[in-house]
Write a protein that binds this ligand. Structure first.
Ligand code: HEM
Length: 157
């Protein structure tokens, strides 16, 4: 069990870079297409789907970690004391709930963009919802430089 935990933790840590790159590239692409008044192409649709798939894979790993992690287990079994411990509360509550919120924002953006009547509006919807999701993700990652909850930028497998 411990080795599965270590493996998923390393995967979850590494996959964050893929999620961030795809999300940022998608926003740059959508902004460019919108500015140049270009149509919403199959490439844009592919990029949109890639963001959703990459993010939901990360969320799935996160949910598995939530079940396996000694930190979240401690949080769940000692809730009254753990809720006052910054690092434990971060993974038990803040990180997970904010990332679920980001997943919902991505889904709303993706679904709403499908029903947009013009391509310009489609890009605008994606920029707003994916942009908000990126802000949430950036503020909820336990960055190595964070004085509050710091985790390594790269973990070895
Ligand atoms: C539903 C969504 C998510 C859940 C439930 C979740 C859950 C967790 C949990 C429980 C841990 C702590 C594991 C431990 O140290 O024992 C963790 C760590 C972490 N999560 Fe998430 N997570 C989610 C989404 C994300 C996303 C979207 C990102 C970034 C794109 C992310 C980045 C990280 C990073 C960088 C760590 C630190 C890994 C390490 O210690 O090396 N998580 N997550």
């Amino acid at each position: 069990m411990t080795s599965i935990y270590a493996l998923i933790l390393a995967l979850h840590s590494t996959w964050r870079w893929i999620v961030l790159i795809i999300l940022i590239v998608s926003l740059l692409r959508f902004a460019y297409q919108k500015k140049k008044r270009l149509p919403f192409t199959p490439t844009d649709n592919f990029i949109k789907k890639a963001v959703i798939i990459a993010f939901y894979m990360q969320a799935l790993m996160g949910i598995i970690l939530y079940i396996l992690s000694p930190i979240t287990q401690y949080f769940l079994t000692h809730f009254k004391t753990a809720v006052h411990l910054r690092q434990i509360r971060f993974f038990g509550m803040e990180h997970s709930s904010m990332m679920i919120l980001a997943a919902i924002f991505l889904l709303i953006g993706s679904l709403k963009s499908k029903n947009a009547d013009t391509d310009d509006r489609r890009f605008k919807i994606l920029l707003i919802w994916f942009g908000l999701a990126l802000l949430i993700v950036l503020s909820s990652i336990p960055w190595e430089f964070s004085p509050l909850t710091s985790r390594p930028s790269f973990r070895s497998f």
